[in-house]
Write a protein that binds this ligand. Structure first.
Ligand code: ZN
Length: 252
């Protein structure tokens, strides 16, 4: 009797173990399903995006206070955004997948980016800012081309998502004073300055994997907003003074 009882409790714990393993397996699968459900979007399906990781190769972009290179950070975030966009059913064009420029001169490089944008429904250029005048300056700033109304809507949407997801800025999207890229691209186009490499804390964040995923997610959400709605629900924002940028977007 005693032996039988032992056997029974053994088989019971075996069944219990199997049940627990089964539950664990199901919850793991569910997580995967949930993740792809989160990123899949009918609004984005089939849309062609050009993700432009700013600079590259001989042009490192701005240098961070800690020696970080803007071109590397732009590319790391571009690849993360690419992943979200592909999962969302978009067709993704990348101006670069490695640390290389698109042409041997800066002006040809810019022209190549514009030419590639002609095949895209939407264009987003990723950059990091620098302002040596004040290491306190921080936060994301999104630019559009005056006259490109869809671009303005997209810029406001990206800025809003940055404010919500990154909580690093109270800025509003701005018309770019002089961007060769934005002036020459007809599709809705924005330049996202994702943060300041001249600010030590932000430079560290911009190199942090988890923070990079957050930035990519914020942009992806804004893309989804843009293609899902007739008009983005942009709240009334205080007009911020333009931030001087040390970027030079025009071909030399
Ligand atoms: Zn840049």
């Amino acid at each position: 009797m005693h032996i039988f009882h032992l056997k029974l409790s053994h088989s019971r714990s075996f069944i219990l173990l199997l049940l627990l393993l089964g539950l664990l397996f199901l919850s793991l699968i569910w997580q995967d399903v949930q993740e792809s459900l989160d990123t899949m979007s009918p609004a984005l399906f089939g849309q062609v995006i050009l993700i432009d990781a700013g600079h590259g190769g001989y042009d490192p972009g701005v240098l961070g206070v800690d020696g970080s290179r803007e071109a590397d950070i732009n590319l790391a975030i571009a690849k993360k955004l690419e992943e979200y966009c592909l999962q969302g059913g978009m067709t993704v064009l990348m101006s670069r997948n490695q640390d290389a420029a698109m042409a041997s001169s800066k002006s040809e490089d810019m022209k190549s980016r514009v030419r590639l944008a002609e095949s895209a429904d939407i264009f987003i250029s990723l950059h990091c800012n620098s302002y040596l005048g004040s290491s306190e300056q921080r936060g994301a700033q999104v630019f559009y081309q005056r006259g490109n109304e869809a671009g303005k809507l997209l810029a406001e949407g990206v800025q809003l998502r940055f404010r919500q997801e990154l909580a690093n800025t109270e800025r509003a999207a701005l018309a770019h004073p002089d961007s060769y890229l934005l002036k020459n691209i007809e599709a809705p186009a924005v330049i996202a300055e994702m943060g300041f490499l001249s600010n030590r804390e932000e430079a560290e964040l911009l190199q942090n994997e988890a923070y990079q995923w957050k930035i990519a997610w914020a942009i992806y959400q804004a893309l989804n907003d843009f293609f899902s709605m007739e008009e983005l629900p942009v709240e009334e924002l205080p007009t911020a003074a333009p931030v001087q940028t040390e970027e030079d977007q025009s071909p030399q």
